[in-house]
Design a protein around this ligand. Structure first.
Ligand code: SF4
Length: 337
């Protein structure tokens, strides 16, 4: 299927020679598995999981190759891609100076009422892509000079990503793979990704299961998320940067501060500091805005205040976290009476 110009800005065709970037000594984790044939085997196993899906913590157990009935993520055999391109709004260690090569997958396994990308995650805006097309997108992002491949909302398309990665690795992909998820990942999926993902970037959205249920329809989010983050840390360890300050391997956790302390920031930071590592790289994000259905919840129907954001940062410091991303400026934070 041709890539449509209005949905993609990476449709340029580049030769295989150009797409094989010269190495700088870095080797992504998945290349080792690719050489041994294990990556292709993981893709085959993941494909079978689609037939009784347990690839995220929803555990729908539906055959996604046959039906979408009962499929929470609304995604069948093929991944739906909204857009892709070098993104300059990510953390400095991901965006560098040439951008992070983001691929935005449509649909989501979570149901956050305040979703900032609701047209993509709730409405599924995008087009189905085959494994070969997805591989092509990855290779074009590499040819454009991106520092990494940044898979946004990947939890429900792990099988499709693995299938594409086999092709892309064969064609010369050698960028680190960033798994940028909402943090509602199943152990089954994470097992398939062990040795494949270089940088895990999960959200840790909540510290209180009741609020996770109320705002994201995920009553077991805190338990699932904490187990997932523990597993991610076990696989890749604390975030490591290269000499240019670009992330190459490790864990980077994002936490979006909600108005009125509804994200449970204190509990989240204490979990990260005590149970993961005081050197966990954490981005305490200030860009909440009342999007999508947030207006139905009066306590969420405003932006956060400067004082709330400062309190969140203080909670992180007080918990003992030593690597807090401070790229966030005050531009999103409004004064609130
Ligand atoms: S990925 Fe998750 S939400 Fe989608 S069908 Fe599988 S278990 Fe359900």
């Amino acid at each position: 299927m041709p890539i449509r110009r209005d949905q993609f800005y990476i449709e340029m065709k580049v030769s295989r020679t150009v797409r094989r970037l010269p190495g700088n000594g870095f080797e992504p984790a998945y290349l080792v598995l690719h050489r041994s044939g294990e990556l292709a085997e993981r893709a085959r196993i993941a494909d079978r999981h689609l037939e009784d899906c347990d690839l995220c913590a929803r555990y729908c157990h539906v055959n996604r190759k046959q039906t979408l009935d009962g499929v929470v993520c609304r995604t069948g055999e093929l991944a739906v891609v909204n857009s892709a391109g070098p993104h300059h709004g990510e953390e400095d260690c991901l965006r560098g100076w040439r951008g992070s090569g983001t691929i935005f997958f449509a649909w989501c396994n979570m149901r956050c009422v305040f979703c900032q990308n609701w047209d993509i995650s709730w409405k599924g805006r995008g087009e189905e892509r085959t494994a070969a097309e997805l591989a092509d997108i990855m290779l074009n992002l590499q040819a454009m000079g991106s520092h990494n491949i940044n898979l946004v909302s990947p939890s429900h398309v792990v099988a499709q990503i693995l299938a594409a990665l086999v092709i892309a690795a064969d064609e010369g992909l050698r960028l680190p793979l960033v798994y940028n998820s909402g943090g509602y990942d199943s152990p089954e999926a994470l097992k398939l990704l062990d040795g494949v993902v270089d940088i895990y970037m999960p959200d840790t959205k909540y510290g209180d299961p009741e609020l996770a249920k109320k705002y994201s329809h995920t009553p077991d989010y805190v338990r699932v998320n904490q187990a997932a983050v523990r597993e991610m840390q076990a696989q890749v360890g604390d975030l490591r940067l290269n000499a240019d300050g670009i992330a190459e391997r490790g864990l980077l956790v994002r936490h979006l501060v909600l108005p009125g302390g509804n994200a449970g920031t204190e509990q989240v930071m204490q979990f990260l500091a005590r149970e993961i590592s005081p050197d966990t790289y954490v981005n305490v994000m200030d860009q909440y805005r009342p999007a999508y259905r947030a207006g139905e919840y009066p306590e969420l129907d405003r932006m956060i205040t400067a004082a709330e954001y400062e309190a969140a940062l203080e909670a992180a410091r007080k918990a003992g976290l030593r690597r807090i991303d401070r790229r966030c400026s005050d531009r999103w934070v409004v004064k609130w009476p």
